[in-house]
Write a protein that binds this ligand. Structure first.
Ligand code: HSE
Length: 299
């Protein structure tokens, strides 16, 4: 009646796919210990590694759990959670999504798997609604399903797994400045130009084709965001320099991870992904901003 869940960090948007494409990395990830209890309802016993509310109404794990238990419809069901936050809140690598997804998946295991992935994504999306004001699924879907995922539609929810070339690696730099997803969404324009839209959907479609064909040139050319990145780039120190130098070092391309401030780069193979890490270090070391870098396969 007790389970420990690992919930991975994720990169949402993947340049051109704002709110629709995401990918899961191996590490870092949050861990959640869940226990069934005799007292109905949800108790968050402790949170380690971040200063987050224990009140289940104000905590993404609590909110995902509430929706789970409501749908489960077992009035006596009770659960206690202990959360180990290894992904910093506001980092842009799906911190809230990992916790929401971990809670949903963990409960599903505890209660004998009553729900499928799609339903678990719905529960976790409620955590995202609390964290960012929008129930986006491009972090929770890969956190639950693994690999690359695509949200074709939100109404009705239609999510599919995409092929993930085994040689694709991710390098992520997390500058330790906090960017709230709600703020990074509030600055976006609500209308897009037709010329930009044409470029963007060309890129999204080509990225998906590139993943299936394992065509790294096509993936590289598709990693371009003409709609969201130009607005959000100002939130991230040395963003343009970072992108240019990482590509010079052999990265296929990249962009802002989720709503930032993390920046991700995709590379073909671990060796290039590590060279990209070195270049990120060179760019960031002189800035006087604390940061972490993660190098990981996609899984
Ligand atoms: N797609 C969302 C955004 C992801 O870019 O606002 C947030 O992590």
């Amino acid at each position: 009646d007790c389970i420990k869940i690992f919930a991975p960090a994720t990169v949402a948007n993947v340049a051109c796919g704002f709110d629709v494409i995401g990918l899961a990395i191996d590490a870092p990830g949050d861990e959640i210990i869940l226990r069934k209890t005799d007292t109905p309802g949800i108790v968050i016993k402790a949170i380690h590694g971040a200063d987050l509310p224990l009140d289940p109404l104000l905590n993404v794990c609590g909110v995902a759990a509430q929706h789970f238990l409501k749908k489960l419809d077992q009035p006596d069901a009770g659960v206690e959670m202990e959360i180990f936050k290894n992904i910093a809140p506001g980092s842009g690598i799906g911190s809230s999504a990992a916790s929401s997804a971990g809670a949903a998946v963990g409960l599903n295991e505890l209660f004998g798997r009553p729900f499928d992935n799609k339903q678990l994504i719905r529960f976790a999306m409620e955590g995202e609604r609390l964290a960012s004001g929008a129930a986006h699924a491009d972090n929770v879907a890969p956190a639950i399903m693994g690999g690359f995922t695509l949200v074709r539609s939100y109404q009705p929810l239609d999510i599919t797994a995409l092929h993930t070339p085994a040689a694709l690696w991710v390098t992520v730099i997390h500058p330790q400045i906090e960017v709230k997803t709600s703020d990074a969404r509030a600055i976006l324009k609500q209308k897009v130009l037709m010329t930009d839209a044409i470029k963007q959907w060309g890129n999204v479609a080509a990225l998906v084709a590139g993943l299936y064909q394992e065509d790294y040139g096509l993936i590289s050319r598709s990693l371009e965001d003409v709609i969201v990145e130009p607005v959000r780039a100002i939130l991230i120190p040395a963003f343009h320099e970072l992108k240019i130098k990482c590509k010079e070092a052999g990265a296929l391309g990249g962009g802002i991870s989720g709503s930032g401030p993390s920046v991700f780069m995709l590379s073909r193979g671990e060796i290039i992904a590590r060279q990209v890490r070195d270049v990120m270090n060179e760019v960031y070391a002189p800035l006087g901003v604390d940061y972490n870098i993660y190098v990981s396969p996609i899984s």
